[in-house]
Design a protein around this ligand. Structure first.
Ligand SMILES: C[S@@+](CC[C@H](N)C(=O)[O-])C[C@H]1O[C@@H](n2cnc3c(N)ncnc32)[C@H](O)[C@@H]1O
Length: 243
């Protein structure tokens, strides 16, 4: 996607749509993370508008965050409890915060928003330096098998069909670069709205290798936040790394 800038995907206009996204597995995600935090403190990389951080903090876990989008963090700040969290503005690959954490987590495929393998490896290394002795790093990302089953590496799907609007998901897969270029295209009487996003995905085995390079090892792997078994059919992958 020529001239793509990741910041484009999280500007004011797109933050509103992103903030409205509820996946339905929030309660299970928070329960899973609360158990691993063992009292905290916790750090969310790419905290966004607090979909997970706020309910986790409401359970009594101290949660800090990192994000580069002023628009997303403004939405977090506007929510109950959102003013109390410490959020560092910057690239989460730098993990530019002091201190040590019992839990660092990165959910919703967001590791893949780092568009090079180098940046993803750097992120693992910086996370390892911020974990305390017992600390764990939890990463949630999609399993890319479905991309490799696409005809001609492309798709158009109907994400929503309403009387007043239609939203299409339009994607193109580059298996060599491990990249997915997508746009969510909303057609309505008000006009056309595009929401582009590019991912550099990694297979679970590649994540494990990045962790090993950072001195971490895989402790648990699940197919979802309810601790569903991870199988050949899993579309989601929740990995827990520690020393
Ligand atoms: C899909 S949202 C997820 C937000 C939150 N983690 C959640 O699960 O609801 C992705 C977030 O990642 C942030 N983000 C993407 N790339 C980033 C980067 N390199 N550094 C910091 N934040 C980044 C965006 O600003 C956005 O808030």
């Amino acid at each position: 996607m020529k001239d793509y800038d990741p910041a484009l995907s999280f500007d004011e206009e797109h933050a509103a749509a992103e903030d409205a996204t509820v996946r339905g597995d929030e309660a299970a995600t928070v329960a899973f993370l609360e158990g691993l935090a063992r009292g905290g403190p916790a750090l969310e990389l790419a905290i966004g508008s607090g979909r997970i951080a706020l309910p986790l903090a409401a359970r009594g876990i101290h949660v800090d965050g990192i994000d580069f989008s002023e628009a997303m963090v403004a939405r977090l700040r506007a929510k109950p409890g959102g003013g109390a969290l410490s959020v560092t503005m910057g690239d989460f690959a730098d993990v530019g915060v002091p201190g040590r954490y019992r839990l660092v987590y990165l959910v919703f495929n967001t590791l893949f928003n780092l568009l090079t393998q180098d940046d993803q490896v750097r992120c693992f290394g910086n996370v390892a330096a911020r974990l305390d002795e017992e600390g764990v790093f939890v990463v949630e990302g999609f399993v890319p098998s479905w991309l490799h089953r696409l005809r001609d590496g492309e798709y158009v799907s109907a994400e929503s069909v309403e009387t007043g609007s239609v939203t299409l998901g339009v994607g193109r897969h580059d298996p060599v670069a491990q990249r997915l270029e997508e746009s969510h295209v909303r057609l309505s009487p008000g006009g056309i709205r595009l929401a582009p996003i590019v991912c550099r995905y990694a297979w679970p085995s590649e994540l494990d290798l990045m962790a090993r390079m950072a001195g971490l090892r895989l402790k648990e792997r699940w197919g979802g936040w309810e601790r569903e078994p991870f199988t050949a059919d899993s579309r989601n992958c929740v990995s827990v790394y520690g020393r």
